[in-house]
Design a protein around this ligand. Sequence first.
Ligand SMILES: [Zn+2]
Ligand SMILES: [Zn+2]
Length: 771
Amino acid sequence: MESVKALIQGQVQGLGFRPYVYRLAKSMNISGTVSNSSQGVEIVAQGSNVEAFIRVLRSKPPPLARISRFSTVVVDTPKHTDFRIVRSRRESALGVDVLPDISVCPDCRAELLDPGDRRYQYPFINCTQCGPRYTIIESLPYDRPQTTMKNFPMCTDCCREYSDPNDRRFHAQPDACAKCGPKVRLLGRKGQSIAGEAIKLAAEALGRGKILAVKSLGGFQLACDATCDSAVMLLRRRKRRPSKPLAIMCRSITTAGKLCRVSRASRELLASPAAPIVLMPKRSKPSIRLSGMIAPGNFCYGVMLPYTPLHLLLLDELRRTTGREPVLVMTSANNKDEPIVASEEELLSCLGGVFDYVLTHDRPIANRCDDSVVLGTGEAIMSRRARGYAPQPVVLDSPFHVKQAVLALGGELRNCFALANRDKVYLSPHIGDISTRHGEDFLCQTLDRYMEWTGIRPRAIACDLHPDYASTRFAERLSRTNSVPLYRVQHHYAHIVSVMAERGLRGPVLGLACDGTGFGSDGAVWGCEFLLVKSDLSWARVGHLDYLSLTEDGGVLANPSRVATGYLLQMLGRVPRGLNLGRHVAAVRARLNSGNSVASSSLGRLFDSVAGIVGICRNASFEGEAPIALEAAATYCSQAEVSREMRSWPAAVSVQNRDVLLIDPRPLIAGVVNAFLAGTNRALVAACFHQAVVAALSRALFLLVDRYRPRTVALSGGSFQNSILRRGLLHALSRCGIHAEHNQSLPVNDGGVALGQSAAVGSLQYRHRVR
Ligand SMILES: [Zn+2]
Ligand SMILES: [Zn+2]
């Protein structure tokens, strides 16, 4: 009997693909089989309608599916009398992508709140369209015995749903109910069990201003009442986190809209299956008053909606308890620079003393995964890619296909690794800082899982050019022990290639990479670089911000006051009175005189110096604090005000047009000093500085576009998280008809560097091999 055999690969398992195929086949009078294998979904189809059936499947797959390959062949098979779903088969080659975790779906939410449903208020309700995936999977194929649900045998009711192709829980691997599934418990600060209704008691504790640790999908979170100043201060003090913004969780988009201006893009993101933290501008007159210590010096709040049923129930209970619309601080439970904590033992040993209660449960976390963060100012831009996105691969256009399997180890902070082969790059979730033992363990565990799942065995390893990055040292060890060649890739070049690969941009591309620090090919600290990348991915540095000396050691966390002092001493030989920088002068001068400094073209450091000069941020407690505070200050100035003030600024930045174009930072700094000493308020100075930077960068881009005639301009680097800079530059370029692209589904900061590294090294053109 003639049949069509189809193999569908990509993100196709764990989302109700087989029942979908089953129902479609039944409705179209098709007989045959559908099954999961470690290759993907396999279908054998017979009947007069087969062609139409395949056409419908191709054009309208289930909503959560992402198909990377759909192949069909005509085969001879015995006649099938009906259509059946057949059992999973294990095979060696792997074509299946593991699904990311999916936020609770509308159907499950309705059942959760329906007193007549058998899962009424059951905190682990899920179905084929929602629930945990990546964070519970131990190995493939995706079947319950290979997940952390293996210790929860299903009751007869759940079993019936699980085996009924017409049920929306058919083969929902994490399916469970109160009778057979995971259960919540409340623990005290020493880990002792507390009897009673866990969620109710937890909500009451939050209402009393206590700190609660909550077990979420990929790790624990720390929660407290965001409207309660003393609770927020207590959390900051105990967590030793003085000023870094804290994310918040609201019950609904309506509540979020009372705190922030929610754009349409932000609304879609908040409600998306990934349900990330979305950064949105604070309202000037919010109708809910939050503590001033949630995100001080930041013009945005990071907001997420409850993405698990447990979060939903907790917020509902809190509303009942307090009679108010609840807003919770919901921040990752980790020590500074360490990975998110994923077990009760870790929580008690690493964060003992930080929380008063723990709302936990007995479904183990197989893979740690932080919350993702997306910037919702203007078009959405990824800032931290983790829960809801990882381990979904990035699929590359054919010019960027990776010809030799590569493992790329990324940068220093915000570390992500990438495992790439052919058209797919599997980026790890945000790992963070890997210079600590816990950080490195997290990297190793995740890497082992990724290698096992994807079957990719790297033939090349890529790392940063920086000799002292923990990721570089890790790559060197890996290269030695496995005898795999190591390639070093310059940081900003990797940034630009990441945009080219993600957006499918053929060379020549003129790239502008702006960020804090990256090790330059000449040993200087780079950070504002114009790079010309040809179609064979060879590159040249064609321009940069002119060097000033940094007396900081080039580390990632610079002190804005000291950077400012150093820059002013180089420009003027002194620090003008009235800038309140006197105390650093002697030490910084001594370092400059003894040559204890390093040349820097970093845009991030230029922002630091300006924040130090106007006193908006004198000491930073986290990377990016000063530029963020500067942007926040500049945000509310009107364009008219800025234009008026700019008239008295010194001549625009001089762009020296030699073989390598140089932007002189001195007039920018001078403009800031003059305006500030003349009494202009800080916010306006900050706004003018932003405008002057945009003007300088766009003028340089115009000149270079004219000279090199690239197909596209590509922007990347952490500084482009600054929306005034990003939008200002895009606007200036589009006015002149220049097409510009930047990272979108990848982080624009160092979280996307590993993709650039793997695309560069995987192209086989890359020659900077190290022996
Ligand atoms: Zn659901
Ligand atoms: Zn059950």
